[in-house]
Design a protein around this ligand. Structure first.
Ligand code: FAD
Ligand code: SF4
Ligand code: SF4
Length: 480
């Protein structure tokens, strides 16, 4: 323990953030990496709690104190192996988990006033080092079982399940409607939070491990669910949630009023070097424009910060509650403010002013907070008589996502859904109402977090493995 418990005389130190002006000019990640021995020093601040609340509040229940101790002792390879034993992408979680709400927000030394251990940054450092040093092992499939699994959706839930199932020896086929795997890691989350090579090296490792990817393959268009069920012994639906919530105000259909995910996808495609006509013609490019983003979640934060990087003339974020009641991470708000974004709290659009079919301004109502709603947050209501006009030639709607109507789109009316349209699964087996069809990630829990998608992928791989083994045994009995 000689290297540990240093939190009293060693202050909390995150890796330095790049200067706000410099980082607003590119799409590189904003944080520098820890330079050795900073990660080791920071890991040594951990007090090695008997009941580690950091792990309790990590959805993956990562062995945090143990890999912090190994890091502090300079045993980085062992730290990597332990960290990797509970997560398929620790370096990605280290970058984009809202640690202030999860592991770090529950670190006991945060409550003693010394500042949490910088868990996420150390986690990122460990696995980035493993990649650099060549410690990340190839995916080795288990002995072939002669059974095949289809995974619909190559986001973190689908990729995680695919990795574990391949490790168990199944033939795994992943179908995704995009031309690149990764789901929102690839086309939603911008490079300044998660650089794309970090995602692609994970995907490449899975491809090299024998997982077959069918990119540009949309279930509902290129095959029905029934056809895929006939092709595989079991199916996993991990399609995420993509139906953008609508906003019902006058001017909503005008030119320049765009959907957040269209905007972010175009920007991410440009980062890959793709030709994107809607970006080239200006429809999905904020350069030189007065931009207003509507919403207060992670997606809205990503949009405002992307607009800054594209060279917008001004960027405002309109949110109907106040700062304390917004769903987005406070760290992201601080980053956005540093980069020049103006937040207009307690404001909601009444209508969009339009000239010659193009948006010119947002008329916003002032809001006030009433009683707490079902979510526990105070519900916003219009404060009568107080409006303001914000000039805008691009308005980005970032109001959240709901599930698409899969039973209808996939011609599978017997696929059970909740009243929110998410897929109904048995809580123990994680199977949907269709035999052998499982589901995981956002399509089950609604819009959530990457770390929860990974957890769901891990859990569903275990239940699918159990079910597939039972199916194989039943087949052997019949044959006998
Ligand atoms: P997804 O990542 O959505 O992947 C689903 C995949 O299924 C997609 O690739 C899609 O193309 C494919 N698909 C859908 N329908 C079909 C079909 N019919 N046929 C074939 N393929 C199909 N979480 C964090 O933890 N930290 C963050 O900083 C963060 N930032 C975010 C920023 C944005 C802009 C958004 C939108 C979300 C963010 N999230 C963040 C949430 C996080 O990205 C999701 O919770 C997570 O990606 C869900 O994983 P998933 O595998 O369930 O689905
Ligand atoms: Fe923290 Fe997320 Fe890593 Fe868990 S996965 S330790 S919550 S950063
Ligand atoms: Fe270490 Fe904090 Fe976790 Fe305790 S809660 S084990 S101090 S990281």
């Amino acid at each position: 323990m000689a290297d540990m418990l240093k939190f009293v005389d060693r202050s909390q130190s995150y890796p330095a953030k790049r200067d706000a002006t410099a980082r607003a000019a590119d799409f590189r990640e904003i944080a520098e990496r820890y330079a050795p021995p900073a990660a080791e020093d920071q890991a040594g601040r951990c007090s090695q709690c008997g009941v580690p609340y950091c792990s309790v509040h990590c959805p993956l229940h990562n062995h945090i104190p143990d890999w912090l101790r190994l890091t502090a002792e300079g045993r980085l390879r062992e730290a990597y192996e332990l960290s990797n034993s509970t997560s398929t992408m620790p370096e990605i979680c280290g970058r984009i988990c809202p640690q202030d709400r999860l592991c770090e927000g529950n670190c006991v030394i945060e409550f003693t006033g010394h500042g949490a251990v910088t868990i996420g940054s150390v986690e990122k450092f460990i696995t980035d080092t493993a990649w650099a040093e060549g410690w990340v092992e190839p995916l080795v499939p288990g002995p072939a079982r002669g059974q095949s699994v289809g995974v619909i959706g190559a986001g973190p839930a689908g990729l995680t399940a695919a990795e574990y199932l391949r490790g168990h020896g199944y033939d795994v086929h992943v179908y995704d409607r995009h031309d690149r795997a990764g789901g929102l890691l690839t086309y939603g989350i911008p490079g300044f939070k998660l650089e794309k090579p970090v995602v692609m090296r994970r995907v490449d490792r899975l491809k090299e491990g024998g997982i077959v990817f069918h990119e540009g393959f949309e279930v509902g268009r290129d095959a029905t669910l029934a056809e895929l069920r006939a092709r595989h012994d079991a199916l996993l639906v991990a399609t995420g949630v993509y139906k953008a919530r609508a906003i019902d105000v006058a001017g909503n259909e005008a030119g320049g009023v765009i959907a957040a995910l269209d905007y972010l996808t175009a920007s991410n495609r440009k980062s890959f070097g793709d030709a994107v006509p809607e970006f080239e013609d200006g429809s999905l490019n904020a350069a030189g424009k007065h931009v207003v983003v509507i919403g207060g979640g992670d997606t809205a934060m990503d949009c405002v910060r992307t607009a800054v990087r594209q060279g917008a003339a001004s960027v405002r974020c309109l949110y109907r509650r106040d700062r304390a009641n917004m769903p987005g991470s406070q760290r992201e708000v601080a980053n956005a403010e540093e980069e020049g974004v103006e937040f207009v709290w307690l404001a909601a659009p009444e209508r969009f002013a339009v000239d010659a079919d193009r948006v010119t301004a947002v008329r916003a109502n002032r809001m006030r907070l009433g009683r707490a709603d079902a979510s526990g947050r105070r519900a916003p209501e219009v404060d009568p008589g107080a409006t303001q006009d914000l000039p805008a030639d691009m308005v980005i709607k970032a109001l959240g996502f709901d599930a698409e109507e899969l039973p209808h789109l996939w011609n599978a009316p017997e696929l059970g859904v909740t009243r929110w349209g998410t897929l109904l699964v048995d809580p123990k087996s994680l199977m949907t109402s269709l035999d052998g069809v499982f589901a995981a990630g956002d399509i089950v829990r609604g819009a959530s977090l990457v770390v929860w998608a990974i957890r769901d992928g891990r859990d569903v791989a275990a239940t699918m493995h159990k079910w597939l083994k039972a199916k194989a045994r039943a087949g052997e009995k019949v044959a006998a």
